[in-house]
Each structure stands twice: as structure tokens, then as C-alpha cells.
Design a protein around this ligand. Structure first.
Ligand code: WTA
Length: 644
């Protein structure tokens, strides 16, 4: 990389990385104890750093220690940084703006925490947030952490049905929401969705934040306006001393089977991992202005939109809207606030790239020095555009691979180390020891693709699936004894750098959103005409993948294109618009194994026209089903609506 402006004063170089990495792997207890002292302020130290054991699916860190996550993100910064800006917030229409200092954040969090207490919320209670990207969302998360309540943030794009499912599963006592959210100038009826969700499940209280000011019905006993509730609350609230292993939050994500799973992250290990990865991966310096575009409803929004930056007393930008609307808004915001570190998703990069260079040309972006991406593989064209055009070829690109389960970044091309390789995840973070294995759990050779596993515990990993520890053990530790299974494929190149090849299970990644095909299928089969459904992800130029559904009908039902919008609506109602199939194809029968399992990989090969990649079909029960599909697709006859 020529003219590497950011070479100066980078935190890591090859030698330092190598030394620290070796120590983190060879002496993890010493390494993590040192980092825990450095990054976290503890009320009480641990008696054991960790006695995790992947053979038993047992994960724990800093046993016996006590801390408070909110205290670490706010209070402890006050002596030095009270007047430093924590959040630079901008509303969807760019007219509403707020600059919140650490002192202001402290006061807002304390008052929110006291408000929660006044409603009877106590340590260990689950509180759901269904919120727009406004400062109160961050305040509410920190307020929960302050009093030891467990937050579970549900992305505002999820439907009332999906919200109800999560409220029920997490046993939430209180929901925090807003009258409405706004994204790309469109109102999102958050309170209305909560009302609808609460026809299916009960909670004690709903706290409503006035955001757009649009009038919403309030239920007298249940709903309370936040501005009324907060009126008499004190500006101080003692933080609760939590055990390192007390849960900090539950966050739902999709798996390959069944319902979404609520991953549980604990206080000490998670916070340390979010803080240390933020510092090293983004090469964070005091003078940086940092902007992560992820919604707080996702893990990226938790670790790098709240906990990681705030634990490092960073100044961060928060934007209510969508960074592709209007097309130059991202670049304008970067100029307006002098953003130096920018973190977004490949899907956003591709969407911005599609606007051409015009929106870029009206802005300067001189402040940028490091650019991050997350959520899905980045294609080399998008990487190059991000590098050459957005960052003028002088910014490091850090393509961060990680998962909801891992709590923080796991594999990354660190700034300052090696030559950039578009699309490669590169090097493991400290303490992370990946292993690429075959189906039997044996190591594969370099350049050969296998299953990505991790061999030893790290502090940030999820401890369980809420209410279903069996599923946690089976899904993550049951496949390759003693190894954590990621669900992703990967290979190592001849330099030992890792490349991620994508999911190897029935999880798809649409616009950076992780979706379970099984969830979408069960929404489709709720339609009275549908007998069976199979969902796959197919390549999409902007979203990475889009949802493609196959359906067969119950006997006596006739296929009609009119069913398409009905089926799309079923999915929108059940999960949210983010999971709606773009294409729905009617088939007589689905290709299945002799034991009755749908062979989705064949469907994928047929839709993408890669007949030559179909490979082994010895387990296929009725080869003629595949032949029919191939014939229909070969003729190019397939349009939305089916081969028949
Ligand atoms: C995928 C998001 C390639 C991967 C933080 C993983 C990626 C899943 C990358 C987790 C990347 C995430 N390159 N693939 N840089 N980052 N993924 O739980 O398949 O929403 O397993 O966490 O996204 O998605 P999740």
C-alpha cells in the first residue's frame, strides 16, 4: 500500500502482533489477566481467570470478580473526560442533532436507571428495547446494565409477531420503545407494533419515548411516557456490583433450525473483549472520531456501537437514518464530524457504489484513516472501491469476521500488518486459535476449504442460549468434540491467512442480516395452500444474497401468481420485511434425500445455473424431481411464480 498515511503511529506492527499473539495463546491466563486489569475497572478481583472446557461446552471468565458495565462505560471516565463528547447524534432528516458529553450521558443514564427502578425493575429482570437509533437507545441499554437488568434489543425491522416471540422467550417484564422511528424519511410504527405484539404476550410496563411526536394510543395501566416518568428522577444512581458471569444481555439471532436463539453474553468477559478488540482493531486513538453504522438491534451495534467505544471513552457518531438515503449522507456526515474511523457493512458499500462517484465528489473525507467492514464476505470490487475511492487509497481496510456468538471481532487484517488482501479475514485476534477441519474433525491442508472452528475459549464468547443450554451444547460443541463450531467455511492461504467462504449451514446472509431458512420456511407453510417450502439464498448484486423460496401446494390447490404477494406477506408478518422472499417458485415436488431431508444445495445449483457443480446425488430419492427442475431452469423459463 503506497502513501500509507496511517502507517505513522499505528498501535501494532508485525513483530508486536506476533509477540502478543504468541503470549495470548501460550499463556492465556496471564495474557487475559493483564488485559482485564488494563481495560476494566473492577470492584473486586477474580479468584480464577477461567476454567473453561470446550469438551463440556463450559465457558467462564474472571470467576468471583465484580464490576459494572455501565460504570466502565461512563462513570470512570468522568474525572478526566466529563466534557468530552460521547455521542454525536444526527436525526434522519439531518436537522435534529445532539452532542452528548460523558457528563450528560452519566446524568441521562442515571435518570433512566432510576426510572426503571421506579417501575420495579430489578437486578436480573429482562427488559426489551424496541427502539430507533436515538441516543435514548444507548442510554436505556446502559441504564439496564447499571441496575443489573438484562437487556434484549430487538431490531425495529422485526414484525410484531417476531417481537412477541422474543418477549416471551426472554420473559421480559418491561418494553422500552418510541412512538415511532424514522429511517430514510419513512416512519416506523414502533409503538403500534409493540401494541400488536402485546396482544399475544403480557409485560408489566411499556415505556414510550417521544421521538417523532406522532400521537399514539396509550394504555393507562401499562404504558408510560418516558418524559413523564423521568421528571422527578434523581441525577445519581449507584451502579450495581455484578458478578463477572452475570448476564449483561440476551441477543436473538438465527440458527439453522427452529426458532431464533437468544444468546447470552455475560458482563466481565464480554465487556473486556469488546473493549480490547475495539482498541486494537480500530487502532483507536484519543483524537479519533469513530462511526459505526450498525443498528443497536444487532451484535455489531452492541459491541462496536455502544460497549467497545464507550469503554474506551471514545467519541462516536450515531445516525438515525439509513446511510444510503440520501446517497451522499454518509460522506457528508464524515465531513461534518471529521470521522476518522468508519465501520459499515459490504451491503451498504455496494449500495453506495451503485450511486457512482458523484455523491463522493461533493465531499472531502480528509479525516478518514481507517475503514472497517463486517457482516458478510466483501467482494473484491467493493473492497477496491472502498479503498480507492472512499479512502483515497490511503486508509487501511479492516474486514472483520465475527458472529453474534463470539461477542467481538475474531479474525481481521490488522492495520499495519502485512499487505492488504481484498476479501481475506487474515489474522486471528489475541487469544483466538482457529482450526479448519474436515467433516471428521481432522485438520485440512492449506488452500483446502473446511469448517472453521475455534479451539480455545476467549472472554467474549456467549455462555448459553437462553432457556436452551442443550441446543447451545449441541449446536456449538457437539459437532467436533472439544471445538467451537462457527457454522462458516474457511481456508488458510500459503501465508497462513484465513479466508472465510461463507455459511455451511442453513443460515443465509441477506444485506448483512443473518436469517434462518427454517424460520422463513415455517412462515410460508402457515399459508393454507402450501404443503412444503424450501428457502435458499441466491447471489444478489447489492444484498450479497437474496431470499429465494420454493413451494409445493397441498393436493387440490391450484398455483396462481396471486399467491406470491400473499406468501410474501406471510413472511413479512411472521419475521419482518427483511426476510421476505424476492422470488417464489412453484414446484410439484422438492428434491429430497431418501430420509426425507430437502436438498437445498441442489436447489441453489439449479437457480444459479451451476449444473456442473451439482456433484454427488447418490442420496437423492427421486432423481426425476431434479431433472424436471433442471429442465425448467435450463430453458430460462423461470420467472417469479414458478416452473409450472
Ligand atoms: C458472516 C455479525 C465474511 C459469517 C458480526 C458469520 C462474515 C455471520 C464476516 C455472523 C466477514 C460476518 N466476512 N463473513 N467479515 N462477518 N460474516 O451473527 O457467515 O449477524 O458466521 O454477526 O456473518 O453474523 P452475525
Amino acid at each position: 500500500m503506497s502513501e500509507q498515511k496511517s502507517d505513522f503511529g499505528l498501535m501494532l506492527n508485525e513483530e508486536m502482533y506476533g509477540k502478543l499473539y504468541q503470549q495470548s495463546i501460550n499463556e492465556p491466563t496471564i495474557f487475559w489477566a493483564e488485559q482485564a486489569e488494563r481495560f476494566i475497572t473492577w470492584y473486586q478481583s477474580w479468584h480464577t481467570v477461567s476454567d473453561s472446557d470446550f469438551n463440556q461446552g463450559k465457558v467462564n471468565w474472571f470467576n468471583g470478580a465484580k464490576l459494572n458495565a455501565c460504570y466502565n462505560c461512563v462513570d470512570r471516565h468522568l474525572p478526566q473526560y466529563a466534557n468530552r463528547i460521547a455521542i454525536l447524534w444526527e436525526g434522519d432528516n439531518s436537522q435534529r442533532r445532539q452532542a452528548i458529553t460523558y457528563q450528560m450521558l452519566y446524568e441521562r443514564v442515571c435518570r433512566f436507571a432510576n426510572s426503571l427502578k421506579s417501575l420495579g425493575v430489578a437486578k436480573g429482570d429482562s427488559v426489551c428495547l424496541y427502539m430507533p437509533m436515538i441516543p435514548d437507545a444507548v442510554v436505556a441499554m446502559l441504564a439496564c446494565a447499571r441496575i443489573g437488568a438484562v437487556h434484549t434489543v430487538v431490531f425495529g425491522g422485526f414484525s410484531p409477531h417476531a417481537l412477541a416471540e422474543r418477549l416471551q422467550n426472554a420473559k421480559c417484564k418491561v418494553v422500552i420503545t418510541a412512538d415511532e422511528g424514522v429511517r430514510a424519511h419513512k416512519a416506523i410504527p414502533l409503538k403500534k407494533n409493540v401494541d400488536e405484539a402485546l396482544t399475544r404476550v403480557k409485560v408489566r410496563k411499556v415505556i414510550v419515548i417521544k421521538n417523532t411526536g406522532h400521537s399514539v394510543p396509550m394504555q393507562q395501566q401499562r404504558d408510560v411516557w418516558y418524559h413523564t416518568l423521568v421528571r422527578n428522577q434523581e441525577f445519581n444512581c449507584e451502579p450495581e456490583a455484578m458478578d463477572a458471569e452475570d448476564p449483561l444481555f440476551i441477543l436473538y439471532t438465527s440458527g439453522s433450525t427452529g426458532k431464533p436463539k437468544g444468546l447470552v453474553h455475560t458482563t466481565g468477559g464480554y465487556l473486556l473483549y469488546a473493549a480490547i478488540t475495539f482498541r486494537y482493531v480500530f487502532d483507536y486513538k484519543e483524537q479519533d472520531i469513530y462511526w459505526c453504522t450498525a443498528d443497536i438491534g444487532w451484535i455489531t451495534g452492541h459491541s462496536y456501537g455502544v460497549y467497545g467505544p464507550l469503554a474506551n471513552h471514545a467519541t462516536m457518531v450515531m445516525y438515525e437514518g439509513v446511510i444510503t438515503s440520501p446517497p451522499n449522507i454518509a460522506w457528508e456526515i464524515i465531513d461534518r464530524y471529521n470521522v476518522s474511523v468508519f465501520y459499515t457493512a459490504p451491503t451498504a458499500i455496494r449500495a453506495l457504489m451503485a450511486f457512482g462517484d458523484e455523491p463522493l465528489n461533493s465531499t472531502k473525507r480528509n479525516s478518514l484513516r481507517l475503514l472497517g467492514t463486517v457482516g458478510e464476505p466483501i467482494n473484491p470490487e467493493a473492497w477496491q472501491w472502498y479503498h480507492d475511492k472512499v479512502g483515497f487509497g490511503r486508509c487501511w481496510i479492516v474486514d472483520t469476521w465475527w458472529q453474534t456468538e463470539t461477542g467481538g471481532i475474531m479474525i481481521v487484517p490488522f492495520a499495519g500488518i502485512g499487505k492488504p488482501k481484498p476479501g481475506a479475514a487474515c489474522k486471528p485476534f489475541f487469544g483466538i486459535k482457529p482450526r479448519v477441519v474436515d467433516a471428521q474433525g481432522n485438520d485440512v491442508l492449506p488452500q483446502q476449504t473446511g469448517f472453521l472452528t475455534i479451539t480455545q475459549s476467549w472472554p467474549g464468547q456467549a455462555r448459553t442460549i437462553y432457556g436452551n443450554h442443550e441446543r447451545f451444547l449441541k449446536g456449538y460443541f457437539g459437532q467436533y468434540g472439544g471445538l467451537y463450531f462457527t457454522g462458516d467455511g474457511a481456508y488458510q492461504d500459503s501465508n497462513g491467512d484465513y479466508w472465510i467462504t461463507g455459511r455451511v449451514d442453513d443460515v443465509i446472509n441477506v444485506a448483512g442480516h443473518r436469517l434462518g431458512t427454517a424460520e422463513i420456511e415455517s412462515a410460508l407453510v402457515k399459508h393454507q395452500a402450501v404443503a412444503e417450502a424450501a428457502v435458499i439464498g441466491v447471489p444478489h448484486p447489492v444484498k450479497g444474497e437474496s431470499v429465494y423460496a420454493f413451494v409445493s401446494l397441498v393436493a387440490g390447490k391450484q398455483w396462481s401468481p396471486k399467491l406470491i404477494p400473499e406468501l410474501q406477506q406471510m413472511v413479512t408478518d411472521s419475521i419482518g420485511k427483511l426476510a421476505m422472499p424476492e422470488q417464489i417458485e412453484y414446484v410439484n415436488k422438492l428434491p429430497k434425500t431418501r430420509s426425507g431431508k430437502i436438498m437445498r444445495r441442489l436447489l441453489r445449483n439449479v437457480v444459479t445455473g451451476e449444473f456442473d457443480k451439482i456433484g454427488d446425488i447418490s442420496t437423492l430419492a427421486e432423481p426425476e424431481v431434479l431433472d424436471q427442475l433442471k429442465a425448467a431452469h435450463a430453458k430460462g423459463k423461470i420467472q417469479q411464480g414458478g416452473s409450472k
